[in-house]
Design a protein around this ligand. Structure first.
Ligand SMILES: Cc1cn([C@H]2C[C@H](O)[C@@H](COP(=O)(O)OP(=O)(O)O[C@H]3O[C@@H](C)C(=O)[C@@H](O)[C@H]3O)O2)c(=O)[nH]c1=O
Length: 190
């Protein structure tokens, strides 16, 4: 069973999976194509990614791939916890430049669905945090783009200052929102 909750930007969804608890712990189907399809999520995922962050305060993002390699992403945490952040990049969208952020943790088991047209990022809230995520298009370095995580225009509360955040060199030097071309249109908006 899959339950889907919409966030304040409706195209971004939280997926709540059934958990079978017993004296050993729990069992959960992390992904079941048929159940997702019955819940209205019919996405052909082609790649699974696994990322480990050793330090609390590690920021990855904000990332997206541009067409024809744009990606939907289905993210879950398998160790530790994160604040997950999703920014609307769809030109003409009533929520363009706005974001949603949500806590995800290994024990909670919830997943977030990040559709095409959105930038995605996360900050780890604990050391040794691992995420697994599915993507609907293959990695293409030449289509890989980003937007600056702490761009003042985005006004994202990451809970960590620039001085304390751990970032890749690439992510320290991403462009600001105002510098991005119009990569996506609102056509996919619900
Ligand atoms: C994303 C990706 C990276 N790589 C390689 C490129 C590079 O050498 C190394 C690390 O890449 P990055 O620094 O881009 O990794 P990372 O910063 O973890 O990038 C990820 O961030 C999160 C927020 C997302 O939303 C993902 O889509 C992805 O962009 O891994 C792949 O081989 N395949 C992939 O799919």
């Amino acid at each position: 069973m899959v339950a889907v909750k919409e966030l304040s930007i409706p195209a971004v969804k939280i997926i709540v999976l059934s958990k079978h608890n017993d004296e050993r712990g729990f069992f959960s189907e992390a992904y079941n194509k048929r159940c997702f399809s019955n819940a209205g999520i019919d996405i052909d995922f082609v790649q699974d990614n696994h990322a480990f962050s050793a330090k609390k305060g590690t920021v990855r993002g904000l990332h997206f791939q541009i067409p024809p390699f744009a990606q939907d992403k289905l993210i879950r945490v398998v160790s530790g916890s994160i604040l997950d952040v999703v920014v609307d990049l769809r030109t003409g969208s009533s929520t363009y430049g706005q974001h949603v952020s949500t806590l995800l943790c290994a024990r909670g088991g919830n997943q977030i669905l990040v559709p095409v047209g959105f930038a995605h990022g996360m900050v780890t809230l604990e050391p040794d945090t691992e995420i697994l995520y599915k993507v609907s298009n293959y990695y293409s370095p030449s289509h890989d783009r980003g937007v600056l995580w702490n761009d003042p225009e985005l006004a994202i509360d990451w809970g960590v200052s620039g001085a304390d955040a751990h970032l890749s060199k690439k992510d320290k030097n991403q462009p600001r929102l105002s510098e991005l071309p119009a990569y996506f249109t609102r056509s996919g908006e619900e």
